[in-house]
Design a protein. Structure first.
Length: 329
């Protein structure tokens, strides 16, 4: 069988890791017994339970625990965790697309509905969704909790049904701006899910046995030929080109409206608006895509990837990437 692009790339650059937010890798890490203590630490921040209590009572439901050899592993479904009566649905979100948000929300409602349908006791236990977001959807808070409230915000309806979002962008920016010493242990965990450099992974986990275990899990998964086979270019492109389409459309409309008003003075307002909107939308999408590709290329350069590989995965010209590298030096 011929080698995939990524198998060749990983062999050529031994410091490069696949993203741990890639769904099969994320789910394998979260369910690994050696990650249990760190998962307990994360969950303790959003529940009333202590990390030690969660560690002793945490149970995975509706899922298959990964085994040593990927060939023997059954399909890993969505991650549902139970601590006593509390049910937690864990999601890894690589975008803020409306379709993905809707899918997660519907699944959260289904879990709550199935809980009551199954005849479980109507008590104070919670049914909530824990979202690991690599796109900042809201503000700079690390944890943002949503529940059903009235229009004044004073009263809560169905208070045990919650949705919690983890802003993974914040600790990553903190890490690159201020170094690992500025991070709490929780923030280091979130950063380790996102960095794609083996040397950085080992450095940030050094000296902490639990974090070192997480780093080993990630490195072992990167040696799994079946995981590498799943990590094809199409999925990598989807991950790297995190273009917020709605934002690009908005930018295009704004530019189009401005251009349309200007051209409307000479060729007619109606015709100018139509032409300007079309041209502005096209230009806005193009500029938004190129800007994001440059940002991704910069991160890949910092991770030590070859310029030719970066060009393949971002569709940028090698000369553009060389200019970025020159600025970096």
């Amino acid at each position: 069988m011929s080698k995939t692009i990524n198998q060749v790339k990983l062999k050529r650059n031994s410091d490069t890791l696949m993203s741990s937010m890639f769904d099969p890798i994320f789910k394998s890490i979260v369910q690994n017994p050696d990650f249990r203590s760190l998962l307990s630490l994360i969950i303790s921040h959003v529940t009333v339970y202590s990390p030690s209590y969660i560690y002793e009572n945490l149970v995975f439901a509706n899922t298959e625990l990964p085994v040593e050899n990927y060939k023997e592993r059954k399909k890993i479904t969505d991650i549902i965790v139970k601590v006593e009566g509390t049910i937690i649905n864990i999601e890894a979100n690589k975008s803020a697309k409306a379709s993905m948000v809707a899918k997660n929300n519907l699944y959260h409602h289904k879990i709550a509905y199935d809980r009551y349908l199954s005849g479980m006791a109507m008590d104070n236990s919670e049914v909530f969704q824990l979202n690991f977001n690599v796109i900042n959807r809201f503000d700079d808070r690390l944890f943002i909790e949503f529940c059903m409230k009235d229009d004044t915000g004073k009263f809560t309806d169905e208070e045990n049904f919650k949705r919690i979002h983890i802003n993974m962008v914040k600790p990553l920016e903190k890490y690159y701006n201020n170094g690992k010493e500025s991070l709490s242990k929780l923030e280091k965990i979130l950063v380790m899910f996102q960095i794609t450099s083996k040397s950085e992974l080992r450095d940030i986990s050094k000296g902490d046995e639990e974090l070192e275990n997480m780093a080993k899990i990630i490195e072992d998964l990167n040696e799994d030929e079946h995981i590498i086979g799943l990590y094809d270019k199409e999925k990598m492109d989807e991950w790297m080109k995190k273009i917020d389409y709605a934002e690009a459309v908005k930018e295009g409309h704004e530019k189009g409206l401005k251009r349309g008003l200007e051209e409307g003075r000479t060729i007619g307002l109606e015709q100018g608006l139509k032409q300007g909107l079309e041209q502005g939308l096209e230009q806005g999408l193009k500029e938004g895509s190129n800007k994001k590709a440059l940002e991704i290329a910069q991160k890949m350069l910092e991770s030590g990837m070859d310029i030719s590989d970066i060009s393949k995965f971002t569709d940028l010209d090698e000369n553009e990437i060389k200019k970025l590298k020159a600025k970096e030096n």
